[in-house]
Design a protein around this ligand. Structure first.
Ligand SMILES: C[S@@+](CC[C@H](N)C(=O)[O-])C[C@H]1O[C@@H](n2cnc3c(N)ncnc32)[C@H](O)[C@@H]1O
Length: 278
């Protein structure tokens, strides 16, 4: 664990959550300022205002898009669902890719993030960004429980769904319910590409970049007092939720480097699941 992560973990213990998030996001925006000035063309959300992840918004969006295109067998006429779409990091490359027969629905609890996406994402396909009125201690959502949220699309209507860095902030009952909803809305043969932290309880997390501790119901959390900050699930629990949702692992899980310094690749695990054709 590097000194910056150690400092962040220590600060998380003593500084109130909203202050900590705001300060960290502001510091990241200032750090990214040179990169922002070098590439003024494409609109970029501010972390402190739109609450998006760090790094180059469009470059990272493009990388995830390429993984999604391949992993979900995407075509330009696909109907895509983006769960926890944020400011549209994936919607930007999808707007270049999807044709007039394609469609995109993104939902998120952050009106500010959705506002940015609505203002800037343009493409031949129809793009819809919908506010989910659900609770989240991490993201400040204040509506009903996320476990009761019905996705804003019809049964069997989605060719490909994605959830980037969403499940890492969902309580176990919400994760199970979101998988169930994904199972409802995917067409048979449709795929969901998601990122998150899958925990093998036998693995040693002593040297992990993200140190998770047992929380409850097969879930592990970086800070069990603030579980939605970073949460992982035991693979067996995740598999049971998939089973109940009528989904299955379509590809081997690509392990991220959160769990050990020797792992390469993305930080979070990359997971591809599918709704079978019956
Ligand atoms: C780390 S951000 C990732 C955003 C986006 N997927 C991306 O890759 O840029 C997590 C997002 O999930 C949203 N979120 C958190 N809990 C949610 C929930 N229960 N339902 C819908 N969105 C949620 C947050 O508002 C935030 O925009």
């Amino acid at each position: 664990m590097g000194p910056a992560t150690r400092f962040k973990n220590w600060a998380h213990r003593i500084v109130p959550r909203p202050v900590m998030n705001g300060g960290w996001n502001l510091a990241s925006d200032l750090k990214d300022l040179p990169m922002r000035l070098k590439a003024p063309g494409a609109p970029r959300p501010w972390r402190v205002w739109h609450n998006v992840g760090g790094g180059d918004f469009h470059q990272i969006g493009q990388q995830y898009f390429e993984w999604f295109r391949e992993g979900a067998h995407l075509t330009p006429s696909a109907h895509v669902l983006d769960m926890g779409c944020g400011a549209g990091r994936l919607a930007f490359p999808l707007a270049q890719y999807l044709g007039s027969k394609g469609g995109y629905t993104g939902f998120d609890l952050s009106e500010r993030a959705l506002g940015f996406a609505r203002r800037h994402v343009r493409g031949p396909a129809r793009f819809t960004f919908i506010k989910a009125d659900v609770q989240s201690r991490e993201y400040g959502g204040a509506g009903s429980k996320a476990s009761g949220y019905r996705f804003p699309v019809e049964d069997d209507s989605i060719d490909a769904a994605l959830a980037i860095s969403l499940f890492s902030h969902l309580l176990p009952e919400d994760a199970a319910a979101y998988l169930k909803e994904a199972g409802r809305v995917l067409k048979p043969g449709g795929r969901l590409c998601l990122t998150g932290f899958l925990v093998d309880p036998r693995m040693s997390l002593d040297d992990a970049v993200l140190s998770l501790k047992p929380f409850r119901d097969g879930a592990w959390a970086a800070d069990p007092r603030e579980p939605e900050r970073a949460i992982g699930y035991e693979q067996s629990a995740f598999e049971a939720w998939l089973d109940r949702a009528g989904l299955y692992f379509a590809e081997p899980v690509e392990a991220g480097h959160w769990s050990g310094p020797t792992r390469v690749g993305e930080f979070q695990d990359r997971i591809i699941v599918e709704k079978p054709v019956v």
